[in-house]
Design a binder for this molecule. Structure first.
Ligand SMILES: C[S@@+](CC[C@H](N)C(=O)[O-])C[C@H]1O[C@@H](n2cnc3c(N)ncnc32)[C@H](O)[C@@H]1O
Length: 281
């Protein structure tokens, strides 16, 4: 026994760490998926357009690592942010990596709630943002209506709920993988399953690295693929007075989205689109 043990240790290959084994999935997600520096000016713009004054309190539902809260308070000294998420893991990551990058004075203007977004804890907000399709976790009209009613209560008398939506024929193609190259990694959006009868879908995010290593299924989403008319109707049924769809313009040279979102009542049927939905209290 002793002999075999010694042999094993002696002949064991020394494994060098792969890029995947050193990677941090929240950091990769932040780089590949989120753009708080684009979101925050949009939230500011739609609130000003609705009420003619700047917003001060932002509530970020499904906040994860609450990058948007951090960007919000950095922008102006009278801004406050409330981040709400059920999961302590991304909240703890955000405290270590995002909150720590802020000036101490800015940190004090963020409140974090480890709670269900359907609760009514915390101060009422001017802008309530639920980004990256997170509300698709609610799969029935009743569940979604319960969330929108809670969001309505969590807004001040003048307030906007800002959601994002995606759609188009490509976004419901089952088994479709879209890859985006980043400097140090490849981001893969995997549309593993879409059920046309229930609109239940399962999507994954994977990451691949230049040394061939991979971080498969870094994030998994089991959602209902909601459509714009359904969401608008449920928002109006739950008490929102008015709902605008902000549609993205097209760059004439590339034919791609140009990151400029304007209110539209009608839009061309594009194969893949994202838009904002802004509901006014
Ligand atoms: C797709 S991530 C969104 C992260 C980030 N907001 C973004 O825009 O990329 C969804 C987050 O929602 C949280 N979540 C799911 N259901 C929730 C609920 N009922 N209440 C609060 N948070 C919830 C999860 O813990 C997860 O961190």
């Amino acid at each position: 026994m002793l002999y075999i043990g010694k042999m094993t240790r002696k002949h064991k290959k020394k494994r060098s760490a792969t890029k995947a084994s050193c990677a941090d999935r929240y950091d990769l997600y932040l780089q590949a998926v989120q753009a708080p520096e684009h979101e925050v000016p949009f939230f500011d713009r739609v609130f000003r357009k609705a009420y003619g004054r700047p917003a001060s309190i932002l509530r970020e539902d499904f906040c994860g690592t609450f990058a948007v809260c951090c960007q919000w308070v950095k922008g102006r000294p009278n801004r406050h942010a409330i981040g709400v998420d059920l999961d302590p893991e991304p909240l703890a990551w955000g405290i270590k990596h995002n909150l720590d990058k802020l000036k101490p004075v800015d940190r004090t203007r963020i409140e974090l709630l480890q709670a269900d977004v359907r609760g009514n804890q915390g101060r009422r907000a001017d802008v309530l943002a639920a980004q990256n399709f997170s509300f698709w976790i609610f799969k029935t009209r009743d569940e979604l209506a319960r969330y929108f009613s809670a969001a309505h209560k969590n807004l001040r008398r003048q307030g906007v709920l800002v959601l994002d939506m995606m759609g188009g024929s490509e976004s419901i193609e089952e088994d479709r993988h879209d890859e985006t190259e980043h400097e140090d990694f490849t981001y893969i959006w995997d549309q593993a399953r879409f059920d046309p009868i229930t609109h239940d879908c399962t999507f994954f995010i994977h990451f691949k690295f230049s040394d061939g290593s991979e971080l498969p299924k870094a994030f998994r989403y089991d959602w209902r693929f909601w459509t714009l008319p359904e969401v608008r109707e449920i928002l109006l049924e739950t008490g929102f007075k008015h709902v605008d769809v902000y549609w993205e313009g097209t760059d004439p040279d590339t034919g791609e989205g140009n990151d400029v979102f304007r209110v539209r009542n009608h839009a061309p049927s594009e194969p893949a689109w994202i838009c904002y939905v802004v509901a006014h209290k």
